[in-house]
Design a protein around this ligand. Structure first.
Ligand code: ADP
Ligand code: MG
Length: 435
């Protein structure tokens, strides 16, 4: 690594990931033109160059100074003022790849029962682009690793020198509108039809946008027709995405549809350990276990928690122990649960058990209803701040003793019946993530 790359790497630590990926990552340091008091970088275009110049010149210069112990001025050149060694092609590829997160790799992805099917599917696609499952459609809840997995394949392809486009539906849509307005749709079409691999994230946002669906349909046909790999993610199965053209829906199922479920405790622990390793944070086993139980399922939160713990412990000069962790996470837990209400928990349980919400709150005594009601009460107690009298009122029960009796019953069952316990945990996860 040359000094320019080292400086950019240090800068990366100080700015947001998006800013880094979008701008700084596109810089190429010119070893030959640079001297001990002048650093020369190439930027792919004026927009990026100007932006970096205005925002980061000082910082970059400062980082050089720290390394060299002399004042360094920083210069940005555009690629077309280039020195021959940097091919425009290479820079262009860099721009197209700019949004792949380099740490989204298969190695960094922890596999467990909840995600092993999706993992295996993406892995096999990454080994045989365009040959096995095309398109590959991955779906599941927020923060369960869909983008990570898709980009892991993208990183493999990119390292093979393939042209990979990663885009969210939102970006695709914005680009589409911009080109439409500027009357240069051919460029848009060329870009998307010339790539080797298309990764398109969060396809559910195509819903009810007819014009862009039409355009995407043609892109899809062109790529599929020439054996180019397409990977798609969504929060739902293609069949369940409302407002999506039938022909797209059916094409999305042509290859393979794989789902990702919320991670089990074991997987969560493995993920936390991995994130600690990557972020160089050391946590004891009991803290890791605690975080894994507190975070219902959204893995994205784990990263937030680790950096919060790290930052707080540095600010306050204390070691991270369990008590400290609990304190730091208090807000997080409340935040997670703030939007869960008695109504939506009841509705979710009803939906999952295939009965009516009103039946859960009724006085019906059939076995099914009693079972559903007990579970709902337990979840409401676990996931909201409601008191027992409030719960009694909501569930049309005599008083709080009826609630405490129900809770005791559920706890007993969970203690004696491992299957039941797992079922309840799963339901808790599902409900906590769906709101
Ligand atoms: P999604 O796209 O499904 O909303 P992401 O792929 O953005 O979720 O994942 C959110 C965060 O959680 C990312 O930082 C990702 O690296 C991490 N993550 C999710 N699942 C795993 C896993 N199985 N192993 C390691 N990290 C994971
Ligand atoms: Mg995502």
């Amino acid at each position: 690594m040359n000094i320019g790359q080292e400086v950019l790497k240090e800068l990366k630590e100080e700015i947001t990931e998006t800013e880094y990926n979008r701008y700084i990552k596109q810089l190429v340091y010119d070893v030959k033109k640079s001297t001990s008091d002048l650093a020369v970088f190439y930027a792919p275009n004026a927009l990026i160059s100007n932006w970096i110049k205005s925002k980061y010149t000082e910082k970059i210069s400062h980082l050089f100074e720290r390394k060299n112990n002399t004042k360094v001025s920083v210069k940005f050149l555009l690629v077309n003022q280039k020195n021959e060694r940097i091919s425009t092609q290479k820079i262009l590829q860099k721009v197209q790849h700019s949004l792949l997160n380099p740490s989204h790799t298969f190695d960094n992805f922890m596999v467990g029962g909840s995600n092993q099917f999706a993992y295996a599917a993406v892995k096999s696609v990454s080994e045989q682009a365009g040959k096995v499952y095309n398109p590959l459609f991955i779906y599941g809840g927020v923060g369960l690793g869909k983008t990570h997995l898709m980009q892991a394949a993208g990183n493999v392809f990119q390292n093979q020198g393939k042209i990979v486009i990663y885009t969210t539906v939102e970006q695709f849509l914005n680009e589409f509108i911009r080109h439409l307005r500027n009357k240069n749709m051919e460029r848009f079409q060329e870009k998307y039809r010339k790539c080797d691999v298309l990764l398109i994230d969060d396809i559910q946002f195509l819903s009810n946008k007819e014009a862009v669906q039409e355009e995407f349909f043609h892109t899809f046909e062109a790529l599929k027709g020439t054996g180019k790999q397409i990977i798609i993610t969504a929060d739902k199965h293609p069949k369940q995405i409302a407002g999506l053209e039938k022909r797209l829906q059916s094409r999305f199922e042509w290859g393979l549809v794989a789902d990702i479920q919320p991670p089990e405790l074991e997987t969560k622990i493995a993920i936390i350990e991995k994130k600690c390793e990557i972020n160089k944070v050391t946590l004891s086993k009991d803290i890791i276990n605690y975080i894994a139980t507190v975070i219902e399922s959204n893995v994205r939160e784990i990263e937030g928690i680790l950096s919060k713990l790290h930052a707080y412990s540095q600010l306050m000069h204390v070691d991270i122990d369990l008590k400290f962790t609990k304190n730091v996470l208090k807000d997080q837990i409340q935040e997670n649960r703030a939007n869960l209400t008695l109504d939506n928990i009841t509705q979710d349980v009803a939906k999952n058990l295939n009965i009516k919400p009103s039946e859960i709150r009724s006085k019906g005594r059939t076995r099914n209803l009693v079972y559903a009601r007990r579970i709902t009460i337990y979840l409401c107690r676990e996931l909201t701040q409601n008191t027992m009298p409030q719960l009694a009122q909501y569930f049309n029960m005599k008083d709080h003793t009826a609630i405490s009796h129900t809770l005791k019953k559920i706890n007993e069952l969970m203690k004696n019946d491992e299957d039941f316990k797992v079922k309840i945990k799963e339901l808790t996860n599902k409900i906590a993530t769906s709101n």
